[in-house]
Design a protein around this ligand. Structure first.
Ligand code: SF4
Length: 218
């Protein structure tokens, strides 16, 4: 489907004022955009209500799509390592994605990751808003450009705001936020760095950002 085709958006499928468990049960029925059609299943979130840190990624990857769990692939393992290295207990973290279905294109039998477009990010945002309401985090960490576009409701150069704690009113228009936001890179970007020293430095920068987010809510 072309990116300029209007999608219905997830509103009709998001139960109002629902706890996370109910959101998880409702999400498989969502037809807010076309991504549900080719994906194996919806991939919602992991974590508990009241977790002070909400980490928002891009979308599920191939492995997540097959397992139905967020952040279980290589990028997810790297993120877990970074959370540990930042000294953050995992039960203080709620992880989710801006887009809940896997977008890909086929090359032969291989499924190649395709970045979600605004035409997927915007229809899927009602789920994230419902998670904001249910989890009520003390800070939201946006991992990478797609998460930033969803969380802030606008495009921002990551390098310009990275590592800074932005106030809730940093979001555009009516995209209300429950908490301050810290922008950092997506862990998958680290996987593309070939030089080991550069990758180590990038990992440390991610750890520093996560620690800054945790410190901001101490
Ligand atoms: S990606 Fe989001 S809006 Fe699109 S069908 Fe999946 S849950 Fe619904």
């Amino acid at each position: 489907m072309a990116d300029d085709v209007e999608r219905p958006g997830a509103d009709a499928w998001v139960p109002e004022g629902a706890p996370v468990d109910e959101l998880r049960r409702a999400a498989p029925d969502c037809r807010g955009c076309e991504l549900w059609h080719d994906a194996t299943q919806v991939v919602f979130s992991r974590g508990r209500e009241g977790a002070p840190l909400m980490l928002v990624g891009e979308q599920p990857g191939d492995r997540e799509d097959l397992e139905g769990e967020p952040f279980v692939g290589p990028a997810g393992r790297l993120l877990a390592d970074a959370v540990d290295a930042a000294g953050i207990a995992r039960d203080r973290v709620y992880v989710t994605n801006a887009v809940k279905h896997f977008r890909f294109r086929l090359r032969g039998k291989r499924r190649i990751h395709e970045k979600p477009s605004v035409a997927h990010i915007v229809p899927c945002r009602p789920w994230l808003e419902a998670e904001f309401e249910a989890v009520h985090p003390s800070i939201v960490v946006a991992l990478g450009a797609t998460a930033v576009r969803s969380v802030l409701g606008r495009t921002v150069r990551i390098g310009e705001v990275r590592g800074r704690v932005l106030p809730p009113d940093a979001a555009a228009g009516a995209s209300a936020l429950p908490a301050p936001v810290l922008v950092t890179t997506h862990p998958s970007a680290l996987l593309r760095i070939e030089d080991p020293a550069d990758r180590t430095a990038a990992f440390q920068a991610l750890v520093d950002d996560l620690r800054a987010a945790a410190d901001a809510v101490e």
